[in-house]
Structure formats: C-alpha cells, structure tokens
Design a binder for this molecule. Sequence first.
Ligand SMILES: [Zn+2]
Length: 323
Amino acid sequence: MNKFGPLKIVYSDNFLLHDTGGGDHPESAARLDAIWATLRKGPLADNIQVLEPRKVDRDLLLSVHSEDYIFRFEEACLSGMGMLGHPDNRISYDSYEVALLSAGASQSGIDFLENIEASDRVFCCVRPPGHHSEESLALGFCFLNNVAIAARYWQRAYKRKRVFVLDFDAHHGNGIQEIFDEDPDVFYASIHEHPTFSFPGTGYEEDTGTGAGEGATMNIALPPGATDTEVIKAMEERVAGAIEDFQPDCIIAAAGFDAHEYDDMSGLAYSTRVYGHIGTHLAAWADFHCQGRLLSILEGGYNLDALGPSVEIYLGGLCLKVQ
Ligand SMILES: [Zn+2]
C-alpha cells in the first residue's frame, strides 16, 4: 500500500454521451477522458475503485428543481432543440438522461459513505456540471444542481441536517446560493473570481444569505490574477472559521478546477499544486468535524492539460494518510 488511502470514484461512461456539439464547446466529454488518462497512470491508480452512479430519485430532483423546468429540459432534449435557453447550454438527445445520472451520482457516493465506509474518500467524476443551475434555470453548461441535490439527499436519507458546501470553482455557484439562500441548515461558502470581472456576475461579499439563512452564505471574491497565496489564505482564515462555527454533519465540495493559471475560463492563476492543499484541508476538516463525511463533486475545469493533474493532486490531498 502507498501513502494514500482508498478512493471511490462515482463514474459511468454514460457521462460521455452528453454531446455539446463538438470541439468548440469547452464542456466536452474529453474532460473526463483527460482526468482518467492521468489517474490511470498515476500514484492513485491502485487505490481507486469505481462506483456505479444511479439516476436521481424523482422526489429528490423535485426538492431542488421545479417540475415545469424538468419537463422543459426533457422536452428540449427529446425534440432535438440543441440548446436550453442559451447557446452555452448545448444539449443532445441523451443529455436529459445523462444529467439525471450526473445528479444521482451523489446518492451512490453518500450511500457508500453512510453504509460502508465513512473514512474512504469519494469523488463524483460527473458531467454535466451543476453549480450554476437554479431551481428553474439552466446556466453556464449546468442543468441540474448536482451539489444541491446531494445536500438534500444527505439531509433526507440520513438525517445529516447541517451541510457545509465549499465551492472552489473559479466561478460563483449562483445556483447553490439561490437554492439555499434562506436555508440556515446548508452553509454555502464560495471562493471565486470577483463578480465584476467574471461569469455569472454574482457572489459579492455582502451577499450573506437572507431571512432565516442570513449568515449561512460566505462569498470570498478574489481579484483577477489571484494565486495560491490568496486561496490558501481564504481557506485558512475564513473558511476554517466558518466550518468551526457552523459545526456541520457533513461536507460537500463543489470541486471546480478552472481557476488554474492555464485555464482561460477565468482570470485566476492557481498552480496545480494548490489543489492538493485544498484537498488536505477539506479532509482534515471532515475528519475533525464530521467523522470523515466528505463528498466531492466535479464542477468546472476546461484546460485539458491542466485538468487531469489538478484533479489528481486534489484527490491525493484528500486521500493522503495522516502519519
Ligand atoms: Zn467554473
């Protein structure tokens, strides 16, 4: 055995069937191929076991998205419309079914953590991503909010009431914020490029939740060009304190890798290495506060050379055995 512990990856080749129309669209099946190409030949290869995703339960899906929106999404795919609402949101005939599987992957991962081994690390290697999709809106390549669905599942199926979400994608997860804005039991922390400069234009620091949810949202907006120093500082000085205060029952990472310096989808400039630090911090927090209950779900990351190594080093950080 090596210095890493067991890693479960929730994955299906069916995720490749969501066809965004060819080489010009950044959210492509090649992203997942790039991740696997790196993982299969790297130091984690012997530690990986693949878990089969299942389609999201209908009632769980409807706890996050409106029925009207779900029908529109399904109909758009089956009728060959090619996009949902905006050209960014390209769809194909299979996209609806693939999105149901992407959204349900967390159910397989959470079932494993709860019923088999909470101390193993679980990564949902899925597409389409989810954090921009709102209750009734597709946005930024996202259709169903995978992270929000995971949070609701953990609450409903296993009574893990207090869920902490850390979103380290370069972009603000407007969908997660919208869905839990008034919910005091789901804390949403996001570290992203400042909304003045970046899609989708939300995630200002003064947005801290509304009503009963006031104080359960933390937006950390970094200036363009921000590097490892700023993201590590944000993790250690702000996110750590928020977790400590919130005392979660479980943690979900919205794991996006498009803040990498080689990824031109954002102006942030993280190194590959920093994702390892993010992983070790998350693992330590999960072990300390919630008996290891931590689920990571892939969001963005579009530079095909940077994505595989970034994911690998993140997972290495998660799985690193504490001496
Ligand atoms: Zn992103």
